[in-house]
Design a protein around this ligand. Structure first.
Ligand SMILES: CC(C)(COP(=O)(O)OP(=O)(O)OC[C@H]1O[C@@H](n2cnc3c(N)ncnc32)[C@H](O)[C@@H]1OP(=O)(O)O)[C@@H](O)C(=O)NCCC(=O)NCCS
Length: 199
């Protein structure tokens, strides 16, 4: 039987709060939908993600689902609100979604407010996310996918020590268009990457 803290597979039912030098990664709360709206209604942020309009109702529903997950031992997704420590404002979101429980594999995902791009925030958040995935969840492999033109996302993955594994052809339908995805991954034995190995 599962304990409160973890499920049978040893994955945590509740997310920790993780502090980095500039960010706090924490579970979503009900009022976070307002901050997340800023990302969901920004076409630049969504271009390489869903590529279509996200309604206020969808944003609210997404945040509610994230809140309901807290404490659920059967959860398969682990979404963090990314908050600026200096102001307490929501900067973005990142998370891990289990893609193979038996093999302890998860997909990492992330997005950041447009006005904060290029400041190293997502790299900082994803490094903390990977640390949680390997040390806190005992994952074996974490992978992530991005649009081939999404240079910023590719750089985030490279700077977090992930290895390019290949290109999936037309595996994603966004804005009515089929698109390819680039796949990057990192294994538990490769974490943390040596400082000098990161490009
Ligand atoms: C992709 C994204 C997460 C990058 O976030 P970020 O906080 O700006 O990334 P960082 O500042 O940590 O930058 C990482 C690297 O990418 C580079 N970079 C970031 N955005 C870039 C862009 N648009 N074009 C080229 N390089 C970019 C940075 O310069 C940095 O490289 P460097 O250290 O060699 O200079 C952000 O642009 C975003 O939220 N985009 C929309 C959502 C999205 O695409 N999510 C990923 C889905 S796969």
């Amino acid at each position: 039987m599962s304990s409160d803290a973890t499920n049978d597979a040893g994955f945590p039912a509740r997310l920790p709060c993780i502090h980095t030098s500039r960010l706090l990664l924490r579970p979503f709360t009900h009022t976070d939908w307002q901050g997340l709206r800023r990302l969901d209604e920004d076409a630049d942020v969504q271009r390489y993600r869903w590529g279509n309009d996200i309604s206020e109702g969808q944003t609210r529903e997404w945040v509610e689902r994230a809140c309901v997950l807290e404490g659920d031992p059967a959860r398969t997704t682990f979404p963090f609100a990314v908050v600026l420590r200096a102001s307490g404002d929501l900067a973005g979101a990142c998370g891990l979604t289990l893609t193979n429980v038996s093999f302890r594999e998860a997909e990492a995902w992330y997005e950041l407010r447009r006005d904060l791009w290029g400041g190293g925030y997502t790299t900082e958040a994803v490094r903390a996310l990977l640390q949680f995935g390997f040390a806190g969840m005992g994952l074996h492999r974490v992978w992530a996918a991005c649009h081939p033109d999404n240079v910023g996302s590719r750089r985030v993955m490279e700077k977090c020590g992930m290895t390019y594994e290949g290109r999936l052809r037309e595996n994603f339908l966004t804005g009515g268009v089929w698109r390819d995805s680039l796949i990057y991954a990192i294994l538990s034995r490769e974490w943390p990457p040596p400082q000098n190995s990161v490009p």
